[in-house]
Design a protein around this ligand. Structure first.
Ligand SMILES: Cc1cc2nc3c(=O)[nH]c(=O)nc-3n(C[C@H](O)[C@H](O)[C@H](O)COP(=O)(O)OP(=O)(O)OC[C@H]3O[C@@H](n4cnc5c(N)ncnc54)[C@H](O)[C@@H]3O)c2cc1C
Length: 440
């Protein structure tokens, strides 16, 4: 062992939502690829399993371990920007926030991203983190090459031309194939997006869903359960000029309404569930239409301070409206009281074995509940609807699916598990979650 290893033998690890805890035998923070390979060899020799963790923003136990927990803190930063290939290579533990701001300083940007930027690049891509897009897909789909340390300590590079079978699987690998140490992503010259946020009725959004998706580069909406109200967001590239939301209106919408008031409303709803439908009607009307133009990460992402638990399924895009109507009908005929809006996004088909959009145009439907609210009956009822439509659960969000189900809905599931058998035959990177979703 070298001195650079940060080591805490007794610490308990918790995810962001506070729903998963683990007591690893020890925690290590290797500072280089060589140190990481050494950590893996020693853990293997001791019979301990290994799990790299990102920012702990998964709601599932994907990153939990009773063996050696590898923290990404010392594997961060930009390795290289290639302006000919238009790529950036970053250390795997780099937080998306740091990546986005560093790229913006260089006049560059990713093409698409999710709602927040607290995750690490390896953690986000390993579970298929996505935003919404008509033509542009998840963050993993923007990866051009990966560096992976496998169970025997080998440093494996993969891309479309180098170890392509590993590249097809490891971009969304749920930490099952090895520890990613660097990620090369496609970038483009920074651009402006105009965001148009507009309230719309559920009936109109669902009737016009195909047109709204087709006419906008990035369309998403939130439906407020117990109401017929939605808030839509359309992001499209703009020639400018930049027109960011004013400081006051931004504070009112993003901090006061979306975080401060929402937190109070959720607490009240959890204490007195009968108030939830009235709160939902009020809050769905509180957000008014607004338009602003800014650089991509400022438009795509926003702070999420209210803690919640989430389930999200990808369904074939052509079934999205049917699924949403079934979901609304289920909430209306049940005694459930749901304080959090339902989020709907889309992605084009991609070519990664375990991507929720693998081989099919997809719509993502995400349900949330305020932290501490019992979620089982709501999530079970939602999951019943999603699985009836061959839904694929987000690898980082609550679900109860197992390998037998997932093999049915992922045509390339066997390709992934065969590669796992080859790269990690002794399951050095195994944990209870992977045993459930991938099988032994
Ligand atoms: C507030 C909030 C907002 C969110 N918004 C979105 C969203 O808009 N879109 C979306 O799709 N998801 C979203 N998520 C889910 C989140 O993006 C994913 O769960 C993501 O995987 C979390 O990244 P992380 O860095 O925290 O990784 P962790 O949760 O710590 O780990 C995730 C997985 O990656 C593996 N991993 C981590 N590092 C490595 C590595 N170096 N090599 C190999 N495997 C590794 C872990 O072992 C684990 O299996 C959100 C979650 C929260 C809490």
């Amino acid at each position: 062992m070298t001195d650079t290893y940060a080591r805490t033998t007794t610490s308990t690890w918790r995810n962001w939502a506070g729903t998963v805890t683990a007591r690893p035998a020890r925690t290590e923070s290797p500072a280089s690829v060589d140190e990481l390979a050494d950590v893996l060899r020693r853990a293997g020799a001791e019979g301990l399993r290994v799990k790299p963790v990102g920012a702990g923003h998964s709601f599932t136990a994907a990153a939990a371990t009773d063996g050696v927990l590898i923290r990404p803190d010392l594997l961060t930063g930009i390795r290289d920007i290639d302006r000919t290939a238009m790529t950036v290579t970053v250390e795997a533990g780099t937080p998306l926030k740091r990546l986005n701001t560093a790229l913006a300083r260089e006049g560059l940007s990713l093409t698409n991203m999710g709602d927040i930027m607290e995750q690490t690049i390896a953690g986000a891509t390993s579970t298929g983190t996505h935003g919404t897009g008509r033509d542009s897909a998840s963050i993993a789909a923007q990866i051009r090459a990966l560096e992976l340390v496998t169970a025997d300590g080998t440093v494996l590079r993969c891309s479309a031309v180098e170890n392509p079978e590993v590249f097809a699987a490891a971009r969304i690998g749920i930490g099952a194939l090895g520890v990613i140490t660097a990620v090369t992503l496609a970038v483009e010259p920074i651009f402006l997006l105009t965001a148009r946020e507009e309230p719309m009725s559920f009936d109109r959004v669902t009737a016009d869903f195909d047109a709204l998706v087709a006419e906008n580069e990035h369309f998403e909406f939130y439906w407020f359960p117990h109401t017929g109200n939605c808030n839509t967001k359309r992001n499209n590239r703009s020639a400018g000029p930049a027109a960011p939301p004013g400081r006051v209106s931004s504070w009112i919408d993003d901090e006061l309404l979306s975080n401060g008031v929402f937190q109070v409303a959720c607490s009240l709803g959890r204490a007195v569930p009968a108030t939830i439908p009235s709160i939902a009607r009020l809050s769905s009307r509180a957000l008014s239409a607004r338009t602003y133009t800014d650089i991509p990460y400022k438009v795509f992402t926003s702070p999420r301070r209210v803690r919640f638990v989430e389930m999200e399924y990808a369904v074939p895009r052509e079934q999205a409206v049917t699924v949403l109507r079934e979901l609304k009908a289920m909430v209306e005929r049940s005694p459930l009281k749901i304080s959090f809006p339902v989020e709907v996004r889309t992605a084009p088909a991609d070519d990664m074995a375990l991507s929720t959009a693998s081989g099919r145009d997809s719509a993502y439907i995400a349900v949330h509940l305020y932290k501490g609210t019992p979620h089982r009956s709501y999530f079970t009822a939602v999951e019943r609807i999603m699985t009836a439509h061959a839904g694929r659960p987000h690898w980082g969000k609550v679900h109860t699916r197992d390998a037998a189900y997932l093999a049915e809905v992922y045509p390339r599931f066997g390709e992934f598990t065969a590669l796992r058998d080859r790269l990690d035959p002794d399951r050095l990177f195994g944990n209870d979650y992977l045993r459930r979703v991938l099988g032994d």
